[in-house]
Each structure stands twice: as C-alpha cells, then as structure tokens.
Design a protein around this ligand. Structure first.
Ligand SMILES: Cc1cc2nc3c(=O)[nH]c(=O)nc-3n(C[C@H](O)[C@H](O)[C@H](O)COP(=O)(O)OP(=O)(O)OC[C@H]3O[C@@H](n4cnc5c(N)ncnc54)[C@H](O)[C@@H]3O)c2cc1C
Length: 418
C-alpha cells in the first residue's frame, strides 16, 4: 500500500486516469502538492490525430507522450484500476504483467477515467466490430484495411474492398475521410489489379456531424463525397457479424472491416465509488467536487459549464477543467471561496481528409483549406511535447512528398487470418 506515510507533509492528490484531464491536472499541480498519477497506459494519447494514425499518415509513437516525461513532478504508476473506496480515499490497482495488486491512498482522489466505447447493446458489435478509441484500435484498423486490400488482389470478393465506419459524428467522419484517401491512393499507386475500394459511413441520424449546423453538415457531406466516401444515413444498425452488418429494415452491407465509432459512455468503474451519477457521469458541483474528498473531471464527470449546461465530453473541456482544478484545488480544500468553473467552446473543427476540414471558430463557419490549416495548427499546438510536435510536422511534410506507406504492422503473425 502506498499512502500518506510515503510522502512529504504536502497534501497527497491521487489522480486516476492519465488522459487529457488527469495529465493536464498533474502538470498544472506541479510540485505544489504530492501527486500520484495512475493510468493503465503510460502515455497521454492525442486522440484528435488518431484517424491519421489509422490511415498511416502519422507514426503511432508520435501522437503519444509518456506520462513520466510529461509530468516530472508526479509519481506515475502504470496500473489498471479495479475499485475505489471513497471513504478511505483509496484506489486499488492491478499492476502490469502480474506485478500484483496495490492500494494507494491519499488525501484527495481525482477521477479522470474518461469514457469507453458504447455498443448500445447491439448484437455482435463487441465481437466483430473494431473500436476507434485507443492507439491499438487505430493500428488494428490500419492493419485490417491493408489486409483487405491485399486480399482483394487475391480474390474478387467485393466484401474485401469494403470498409464501413458506423457513426458519422466528428471522429467517425474524420476516420472515414482519412481511410478513403488512404485506400484509394494505395490501390492506385501499388496494385496492378483493378481494385475499387469502398468506404461507407453509416449513421442512424440522417446527416453527418450532426453537432454542427445544417449548413456545415451539408458542407461536410459534400467534402466526404469528394473523398469518395459513400454515406448510408438515417437507418439504424441492428447487428454486426463476421461478414458485415445488418440494418433494422433488413438491408445489409457485407464488409471485411466494420469500425464502431458510434459513441462512448462514461467509464463504468466509477460505479464502485458509490457516488451519485447523471447519465453515467459522476455528479460534481461547479468546482468539480463529487464528495468531500473526491473530485472528477473530463468525460467521466458531469461538470457544469457555468452557463446552465453540462460540459460536453471533449478534450477541449477536459483540459480547461484540469487547468481550473490545478489552480484552485488548494483553495477549495482550504474552504476559500473560488469562482465556479466557466468555459464555453472556442469552436469545432472536423478534418476531412487531405486539405479539407469544416467547422466553426468563435461561431464563424469555416471550411476547405483554411479550416484544414487551422485544424492542423491548433492540434499540433495541443501536442504537449516539442519533440513530438517536430516529429508530427515531419510526418506531415513527408506525406506530401511520398506515396502512402502500406506496410502493415501486425501485433502477431496470427493476425493474418483473422
Ligand atoms: C478518435 C477520437 C477523436 C477525438 N477527437 C477530438 C477532438 O478533435 N477534439 C476534442 O476536443 N476531443 C476529441 N475527442 C474526445 C477527447 O479525446 C476526450 O473528450 C478526452 O480525451 C477526455 O479526456 P479525459 O481525461 O476525460 O479522458 P481520456 O483522455 O480518455 O483519459 C482517460 C484515461 O484513463 C485511463 N484509464 C481508463 N480506464 C482505466 C483503468 N481501468 N485503470 C487505469 N486507467 C484507466 C486511460 O488509459 C486514459 O489515460 C476525441 C476522441 C476520440 C476517441
């Protein structure tokens, strides 16, 4: 057990989750308190760039930043959370590779466990669809799509040329556009067989990126069509199987690759805290407090945004919440009055393949090349390490000059026949 006795006289803050919320908080707290940062991955993942990894435009290592590098003042522990004890202010974790179970207690717990993919109970999603949430998911998608292309050179089965992305929100639309650019370019550049890849974007809602205005949503659909992405909208998927998917109206798409990007839900582990939740997210007050000694932020928490709504589950909000808590935690614990968290979004941008994006910045609609340039500049600035920023910039530059990299990187040789 790691506890107060192992630390200095400073307040011991145990942060659980090393994503945008947890890692930003640990950095912001610096050495003003003792920080233990627990996460099942030992890096911060820059999720907005995940689609570019799935499409092979960015090297996976360039969009992950090690937590030990990022948060030099924190005591970083890689482990998987099993349960919490909110009375004891402790968390029990399982270390990697059978390293065993440990309980870590502190003066304050901050829960930043993010979200997990949601299959909405739809049959076959867990078994047959690929998720789009982690760096491993992005690599699995890339490998599957490449294997399908290689398979198409061996067989004329149209299933092999088809990739379906379910979920036409921001991340699904970005993935479909990036994959479509990639497979078409790869097929044209490297394969003498007459392969015609198809990337199909599917959603129960009848328009893409529905969080944007109808006009921007139409602009996004037009750009997706230009990228040769087909769209099947307004029909619910009823099941996914090894051969493809079936819609509620009985229609089917046979496809070798089905990616499930249809939504996420708050990490269910928070249920073991025994604290109130709202739509699965931990209820917090305007200062991110869930109980006397438990705070929560990011996707896992229902944090009031200061204007009567709950903060949306985005990196933009998780980072702002973490900065707020880093600046105010000591004062809140000392019982001082601090203003409540307040933030409204700067805007949204969706990258839609090469040189294309749509969105709005400060409520002004933007699209095409300027939007794409803004997207790249903004997300490059958000990458926390100068070293990685440089590597991403190099990847992007090389991508302009060279054809796509089509070497697959299977986790093991067994993957060939999956
Ligand atoms: C593909 C994709 C694209 C996105 N694009 C954008 C975008 O363009 N703009 C935007 O604002 N947002 C975007 N988002 C959303 C954004 O990534 C999240 O809102 C943000 O990461 C939330 O931060 P968080 O700290 O709450 O959770 P996360 O960043 O998800 O961090 C959660 C952490 O908890 C750890 N964890 C989970 N379970 C356990 C466990 N049992 N034990 C230990 N550790 C655990 C995880 O490893 C992770 O480190 C995107 C998300 C995805 C998936």
């Amino acid at each position: 057990m790691i506890g107060k006795d192992d630390m200095s006289d400073k307040t011991h803050v145990v942060i659980v989750g090393g994503g945008y919320g947890g890692a930003t908080l640990a950095r912001r707290l610096g050495d003003s308190v003792d920080v233990t940062l627990i996460s099942d991955d030992n890096f911060l993942l820059s999720t907005p760039m995940l689609a570019e990894v799935a499409a092979g435009y960015l090297d996976p290592r360039h969009i992950v930043t090690p937590l030990r590098d990022l948060c030099p003042h924190a005591h970083v522990i890689q482990g998987t959370v099993e349960s919490f004890d909110s009375e004891e202010v402790s968390v029990t974790i399982e270390g990697p590779l059978g390293a065993g179970r440990r309980t870590i207690s502190g003066d304050v717990l901050v829960i930043a466990l993010g979200a997990v993919p949601a299959d909405f109970g739809i049959e076959g999603v867990a078994e047959h669809a690929l998720d789009f949430k982690t760096i491993g998911d992005a690599l699995a998608i890339r490998n599957r799509v490449l294997a399908s292309l290689e398979g198409s050179a061996v067989s004329a089965d149209p299933r092999l040329t088809r990739t379906v992305v379910v979920g036409a929100g921001y991340s699904g639309a970005e993935l479909a556009a990036a994959l479509s650019d990639f497979v078409h370019e790869a097929a044209d550049t490297y394969f003498e067989e007459d392969i015609e890849p198809e990337v199909i974007l599917v959603d129960a809602v009848d328009r893409v990126t529905p969080a944007l205005s109808e006009r921007l949503s139409e602009a996004a659909a037009a750009q997706l069509r230009e990228r040769k992405v087909e769209m099947q909208l307004g029909t619910k998927v009823s099941s996914v199987d090894a051969e493809g998917l079936t819609f509620e109206d009985g229609d089917r798409i046979d496809a070798a690759t089905v990616v499930w990007a249809a939504g996420v839900r708050p990490n269910p582990l928070i249920e073991t805290l025994g604290l109130p939740t709202e739509r699965g997210r931990l209820v917090t007050d305007g200062r991110m407090r869930a109980s006397e000694k438990v705070f929560a932020l990011g996707d896992v928490a229902a944090v009031p945004d200061g204007s009567g709504s709950v903060s949306p589950p985005t990196a933009q909000f998780a980072v702002r919440q973490a900065r707020y808590l880093g600046d105010n935690l000591a004062k809140i614990l000392a019982g001082e009055t601090v203003p409540r968290f307040r933030y409204s979004t700067l805007g949204e941008l969706v990258s839609l393949g090469h040189h294309n994006a749509v969105g709005r910045i400060f409520k002004v609609p933007v699209s095409g090349l300027p939007a794409w340039f803004l997207w790249r500049s903004y997300y490059l600035l958000q990458v926390p390490s100068l070293f990685r920023k440089a590597r991403i910039a190099v990847d992007w530059t090389l991508d302009v000059v060279f054809p796509p990299d089509i070497a697959w990187i299977p986790a093991s040789s067994k993957q060939l026949h999956d």
